[in-house]
Design a protein around this ligand. Structure first.
Ligand code: SAM
Length: 280
């Protein structure tokens, strides 16, 4: 049913954007002692081997985490991401969003991971199920999300990171978030999406649908690393953050100002952060 395997792409520029956003949001949640819930609707394997045949085939990680891992940044957020990744990178591994959530959480926080792929779920269970505060669910992430809401603890973050293998997945995201936010109006939702060259670029329609969802506030952060006029492929990616915590936009802006020149190809790098819904 699914052909997408994240092992081909782990640690690429899109993972860098997604994972620094995830860490920024988890940092905000950790500012209070009260525990939080973290829900990953499309969790993947949890840890990726950068020496695998898949990773070597694309070499994408070399242009993402590979360019940041030995640098020091002014942005505390980027340094935190690099330090966390280094503990895995020394063993030729890259931490996926479930492992990042585990590393950045406390024992009292609750982590729910959902994965539907029959092979990936096995890897995910092996990598993450051993931790006391982690539950691994072999199920459809959109359906599982609604079943878990409102979660206990009642504050927290949902990461929605589908492969977008099928065009319908864009609509699934809009419909899923619309239903989810009704059940959990104060939850933070972070949705990843690709920027693809030409007519296959569904980002504008996705963002239009998400901006229509009733919420307190919402911003969109995007990083483009190569030209949108090139022949094919993903030239960047974005995250839409619904109900973002205070100052998360500022720390992300600081981070992207430094990261984009490091990750760009042929001077084509650009980033933007725009509020799509503001508090009235
Ligand atoms: N979030 C991960 C990370 O950052 O490390 C990467 C996830 S990868 C982009 C998307 C994953 O979603 C794949 O492992 C795929 O098997 C899984 N998947 C696809 N459709 C799904 C669905 N409906 N429900 C749950 N998982 C799904």
């Amino acid at each position: 049913m699914f052909s997408y395997r994240h092992s081909f792409h782990a640690g690429n520029h899109a993972d860098v954007l997604k994972h620094i956003t995830q860490i920024a949001l988890l940092n905000s949640l950790k500012q209070k002692d009260k525990p939080f819930s973290y829900i990953d609707t499309h969790a993947g394997a949890g840890i990726y081997d950068l020496t695998s045949e898949e990773a070597n085939k694309t070499g994408e990680h070399e242009l993402g985490i590979g360019r940041t891992i030995h640098r020091e940044f002014r942005s505390e957020l980027v340094n935190q991401y690099v330090e966390l990744s280094q503990t895995f990178y020394t063993d030729n591994l890259y931490p996926g969003s479930p492992m990042i959530a585990h590393q950045e959480s406390r024992v009292s926080d609750k982590i729910h991971l959902m994965e539907w792929h029959n092979t990936e779920i096995g890897h995910l269970k092996r990598n993450l199920a051993k931790f006391d505060n982690v539950s691994v669910h072999h199920r459809d992430g959109f359906e599982g999300l609604l079943a878990l809401l409102p979660p206990k603890p009642a504050r927290g973050l949902v990461l929605i990171d589908p492969p977008y293998e099928r065009i319908e997945e864009y609509q699934f995201v809009i419909d899923g978030v619309k239903k989810a936010i009704k059940k959990w109006p104060h939850g933070i939702f972070a949705i990843w999406y690709p920027l693809i060259i030409g007519s296959k670029n569904r980002a504008p329609k996705l963002l239009e649908g998400l901006a229509d969802i009733p919420c307190k506030s919402q911003f969109v952060v995007e990083m483009q690393v190569s030209s949108d006029q090139a022949e094919r492929g993903m030239y960047g990616s974005g995250m839409c953050v619904i109900n973002p915590p205070w100052r998360s936009d500022e720390v992300l802006a600081e981070a992207l100002e430094e990261l984009t020149p490091v990750l760009q190809e042929q001077n084509a790098g650009q980033w933007r952060l725009n509020w799509s819904v503001t508090e009235s």
